[in-house]
Write a protein that binds this ligand. Structure first.
Ligand code: FES
Ligand code: FES
Length: 153
């Protein structure tokens, strides 16, 4: 059994695992009790599990827990609070950019990382930035509006 320590939403945590290749997503949802990141495909193809590692969007279903060691992980729980949502969260609320909500956490985390790299994007750039995140409910138009709104906030 090995212990992996990393920063999680601003505090230092440790996770024990028998398997260095165990997906970070399992540790976040299981040992850490954070249910924002979702299991969608488990193959790095849908984006529902997206979290930030040192500010960059990563797929936590295909990121081994051993790779998180020593890094700063941010999940949607660490982005903002109910009382003080981050600008992307606030924009998703304002645009009502969710139906079932399963993709929403991954969309918001991807958008947050994208906007930190591209603060004033065009609509086409937003489309490209979110191209790897799937929404089976077809909420894409509102999601795009929300990200554009966040870029103006
Ligand atoms: S669950 Fe990770 S990309 Fe789909
Ligand atoms: S809102 Fe349901 S999958 Fe996107």
């Amino acid at each position: 059994m090995a212990t992996y320590s990393f920063r999680l939403n601003g505090r230092t945590v440790s996770a024990d695992s028998w398997d260095a290749a165990q997906p970070l997503l399992y540790v976040l949802r299981g040992a850490m009790g954070l249910h924002g990141p979702k299991f969608g495909c488990g193959l790095g193809q849908c984006g529902a599990c997206t979290v930030l590692m040192d500010g960059k969007a990563v797929r936590s279903c295909t990121t081994p827990v051993s790779r998180a060691a020593g890094h700063a992980i941010t999940t949607i729980e660490g982005l903002g609070t109910r009382e003080k949502p981050d600008r992307v969260q606030a924009a998703f609320i304002a645009e009502q950019a969710a139906q079932c909500g399963y993709c929403t956490s991954g969309m918001i985390m991807t958008a947050a990382a994208f906007l930190s790299q591209t603060p004033k994007p065009t609509l086409d750039q937003v489309k490209q930035g979110l191209a790897g995140n799937l929404c089976r409910c077809g909420t894409h138009t509102r999601i795009l509006r929300a990200v554009m709104r966040a870029s103006r906030a």
